[in-house]
Design a protein around this ligand. Structure first.
Ligand SMILES: [Cu+2]
Length: 129
């Protein structure tokens, strides 16, 4: 009775593979957003900033409290996401992505440890009740 057991394992593997593909598809769908889009949108809870050589794009955004900002490295050089003077990301290499949720209102400065000319101002506003 070894063959049926193997068949069960094979089916389980197939199901796991399909589940993994489905999860991958869901993950990819979330990535449709283009960095730099969805800024200044009061309904957006995710904003994107592209990290290029050597700048952030856009370099100024307004977001709601609790918004997650995704920094996507689209350049060639090593960069960091340093928020209010604290390096939050470590070194980012081409293709890397780093997400940070801004939970405090006010103006936050984002810079790169390696390139002082790279700055982005993130203005976080609280909910209007
Ligand atoms: Cu840099």
């Amino acid at each position: 009775m070894r063959a049926p057991v193997r068949a069960v394992f094979r089916t389980t593997g197939l199901v796991a593979g399909l589940a993994a593909l489905l999860l991958l598809a869901i993950a990819c769908e979330e990535d449709v957003m283009t960095p730099g889009e969805e800024v200044d949108d009061p309904d957006a809870d995710v904003a994107g900033i592209a990290v290029i050589d050597n700048a952030f794009a856009p370099d100024d955004i307004n977001i709601d409290e609790g918004t997650t900002v995704r920094f996507r490295h689209e350049g060639e050089n090593t960069h960091t996401i340093t928020i209010n003077g604290v390096n939050q990301s470590g070194d980012l290499e081409p293709g890397d992505e780093f997400a940070f949720s801004f939970d405090r209102t006010g103006e936050h400065s984002v810079t790169c440890d390696y390139h002082p000319e790279m700055t982005v101002s993130v203005t976080v506003t609280g909910p209007i009740d």
